[in-house]
Design a protein around this ligand. Structure first.
Ligand code: ZN
Length: 465
């Protein structure tokens, strides 16, 4: 199970070994969330909820089914999605007059209702989000958490009285993704997608891309500025102070279970998965080292340590299975528990507990007294180290190039005149996809890598998943 040599074999193997997902369900690309995998996803969702609640968004839950006529109101949107949707054509034995589709995303479910909700400028901004499953008929090879047909999905939708206010929302979304990236230890770059690759119906799209160990990027999510592209066909208008009716300006922000897939891909190693402590379903596992004559004492101590950690808010598990410690170590390493505590006779005598970090396998002894706060400190340390390490790795693999002959693995940055023709030329010559212009990048002065025209616009391109 070598991550570096064969990532595409390694990835499903570590997921299976950690029991994060069961792909034996009889529909391809629709996997079962196991208890352990679901716990991890719920922790990821918890931070999303915290961020969106704190920035004035309300959580909602819209129906799964969308009537065909509602779906078809925005022309570009249908074009972008028609190959992807699942249709419901019958109810019982009756053929439906209006076919229904399973939401691939919820614009067309929400916007007819937004037209009823938004009346005057006092109703704005409207900021809502939901965490639901969406369905997309994926024809490429499916892969747990990365490319599936039933997707655990987050989406926020906002309405504003002006383009400028919608732009402020996008700036807020960028701040949110920065904080989430820290919690998940996920490095990423933000790129404004080129015109030919923006979301169906959007005015512009910012992609959130992370770099996988294979040198390919994986899109974790995206932020869209819709302007009035949807509010006009869906008639979402508000009455301004002068009594005039105007279409609202809209934004959306979407992310999915790929966040979990990226965590596994970036932090896992040849022992298995490795969870950053903030999203680890189990942060600390206690393994008793039992020997004849000290069983009761050691077991009692393990229970005490367990309760002490639990009370101080650590997600802790005591492994009392009738297995040899070595087997337990192997299991929990594969499951990615960031910190292991071993307690045996010697630890009791010395009044310590033995701790082993999953990320670097460093073994240490800490005093029994004040153990809980020391453990919490260590979890913070691991979180910080994983973050730094992955951020550095990503930075090192973003390379500025001056000629298309210099293309290698990772994210290539280069000058681009902005002409679509030159953009396609880059993609055709290199087999890379253009991610777009990096958002918030430093000033750039260079030449278009194809036509040589002076430009202040850099773009990023990479092989993508
Ligand atoms: Zn050019």
């Amino acid at each position: 199970m070598r991550k570096k040599e064969n990532f595409s074999e390694w990835y499903p193997e570590v997921i299976e070994k950690a029991n994060l997902s069961d792909k034996r369900y009889p529909i391809k690309g629709m996997n079962v969330w196991t208890p352990y995998g679901w716990k991890a996803m719920r922790l990821i969702d918890r931070f999303i909820r915290r961020e969106f609640d704190a920035t004035g968004h309300d959580e909602v839950c819209f129906p799964l089914l969308i009537p065909e006529d509602q779906f078809k109101k925005e022309a570009d949107h249908i074009k972008g999605f028609e190959e992807w949707v699942y249709w419901v054509t019958h109810a019982g034995t009756t053929e439906l007059d209006v076919r229904l589709l399973l939401r691939p995303t919820s614009e067309t479910a929400m916007y007819p209702v937004f037209a009823l909700w938004v009346r005057s400028h006092a109703d704005l901004p409207l900021k809502i989000y939901q965490i639901v499953n969406v369905f997309r008929y994926e024809t490429k090879q499916t892969r747990a958490f990365m490319r599936v047909r039933e997707i655990h999905f987050f989406e926020s939708h906002t309405c504003h009285d002006s383009f400028e206010d919608a732009e402020r929302q996008i700036a807020e979304n960028i701040e949110i993704i920065e904080r989430l990236g820290k919690e998940y230890c996920l490095p990423y770059i933000l790129c404004r997608r080129p015109e030919w690759d923006k979301f169906a119906g959007a005015y512009y799209t910012i992609g959130i891309d992370s770099l996988m160990p294979t040198g390919r990027t994986l899109q974790l999510g995206s932020i869209h500025q819709y302007r009035t592209n949807f509010s006009e066909p869906y008639n979402i208008t508000y009455e301004d102070e002068k009594g005039e009716h105007k279409p609202v300006h809209q934004t959306t922000f979407g992310m999915a279970e790929r966040l979990l897939g990226a965590v596994i891909a970036i932090h896992g190693d040849d022992k298995g998965v490795l969870f950053p402590p903030q999203i680890a379903p189990i942060q600390v596992v206690i393994v008793p080292i039992l020997a004849k004559g000290s069983k009761t004492e050691v077991t009692d101590q393990c229970n005490e340590v367990y309760h002490e950690l639990k009370e101080s808010g650590v997600r802790v598990h005591l492994d009392e299975r009738d297995l040899r410690p070595g087997n337990k170590f192997y299991d929990w390493e594969a499951k990615g528990v960031p910190l292991r505590i071993e307690i045996g006779k010697q630890d009791l005598t010395a009044n310590v507990v033995t701790v082993v970090r999953r990320d670097n396998m460093n073994k240490d002894m800490i005093q029994r007294k004040g153990m809980a706060s020391k453990v919490k400190e260590m979890l913070k340390q691991i979180q910080g180290d994983l973050r730094t390490r992955s951020e550095e790795e990503m930075r090192e693999n973003i390379v500025l190039i001056n000629s298309l002959d210099e293309v290698k693995s990772g994210v290539m940055m280069m000058g681009w005149c902005g002409e679509e023709e030159c953009g396609h030329e880059i993609e055709d010559q290199t087999n890379l996809s253009i991610l777009g212009e990096p958002v918030g990048s430093e000033e750039f002065e260079g030449k278009c890598i194809v036509c040589g025209k002076e430009t202040k616009t850099p773009i990023c391109a990479a092989k993508t998943y």
